[in-house]
Design a binder for this molecule. Structure first.
Ligand SMILES: O=P(O)(O)OC[C@H]1O[C@H](O[C@H]2O[C@H](CO)[C@@H](O)[C@H](O)[C@H]2O)[C@H](O)[C@@H](O)[C@@H]1O
Length: 261
């Protein structure tokens, strides 16, 4: 794939960093959008590039998703060496099969009550359904009419307005309600510290990915997938182009092994 000269230059610099972290959003970035979230899969080209990157020394790959960890593990089909972050930074799988999520009995009860409210909202509209996450819920409206989608958002916001400490995130054909306020930016900071990364590549397509772009430093590279204002330094049009950039980055990282030191 041909990328701009500026992006090619930054990829070359990034590939030369001692310890590289490649952190990637899943839906809409690696995987094209589909109607049933459980059917989403990364493009084969993106998957191939990820496998080449994880095979390099001092190179870590992480998936940073809004999905619940169980769902991310199912659709990502990633090797164990890939670090996983689910629920927008609430759940982590870091070099251990254990998924970290400290949850009190009180929070579990609150989550249950929130679910009851959102299930009641969803039941009022056609083609609106609730996805369950450990600390919250996503109300999906992808197949609903524009009118029902708007009404769903309004009703869900009104019915949950009395609940303290709720974080609301709007995404693509989805509105999410969580009892945790962690962001992908928090998650990316944690991943950078965990891996000891000297530079970070982050790619994402949605509003929640902007939190991650905003914590990147001068040595890092942010890649927005799709149109729209962004804090990322570079943009490409679609997941196919993201896969192309990842393949370029993998090639440049592989070349590092044969360069004289
Ligand atoms: O942070 P991400 O990995 O991008 O996850 C964001 C949400 O992705 C999923 O929903 C979105 O993708 C679905 C599959 O393409 C699509 O049907 C839906 O309309 C999109 O909103 C997932 O279901 C959510 O839980 C994630 O938060």
């Amino acid at each position: 794939m041909t990328v701009s000269a500026a992006l090619a230059q930054r990829l070359t610099e990034l590939a030369a960093t001692p310890r590289l972290l490649v952190a990637l959003d899943f839906d809409g970035t690696l995987a094209p959008e589909v109607d049933d979230p459980e059917n989403a899969r990364a493009l084969p080209e993106a998957r191939a590039a990820i496998l080449r990157l994880v095979a390099r020394p001092d190179t870590r790959v992480a998936l940073v998703s809004g999905r619940a960890m169980a769902s991310l593990q199912h659709v990502a089909e990633a090797p164990d060496s890939v670090l996983l972050v689910g629920s927008h930074g609430v759940e982590f799988r870091l070099d251990s099969p254990d998924v970290t999520l400290d949850q009190s009995e009180d929070e579990r009860k609150q989550v249950g009550r929130l679910g009851d409210v959102l299930e009641a909202v969803a039941a009022r509209f056609d083609q609106v359904w609730v996805e369950i996450k450990p600390a919250g819920f996503a109300l999906h409206t992808r197949l609903a009419s524009d009118e029902d989608s708007r009404a769903t958002h309004e009703a869900a916001l009104a019915e949950t307005a009395h609940i303290d400490g709720l974080t609301v995130r709007e995404g693509k054909n989805v509105i999410e309600f969580s009892l945790r306020s962690a962001t992908k930016g928090d998650a990316l900071r944690h991943l950078a510290e965990f891996t000891g990364a000297t530079a970070v590549f982050y790619a994402g397509d949605d509003v929640t990915d902007e939190d991650a772009f905003r914590v990147l430093g001068p040595a890092d590279l942010g890649l927005k997938c799709g149109l729209g204002a962004t804090a990322a330094g570079f943009s490409v049009a679609n997941p196919g182009e993201v896969a192309g950039v990842l393949a370029d980055l993998a090639s440049l990282r592989e070349e590092q092994a044969i360069l004289p030191s």
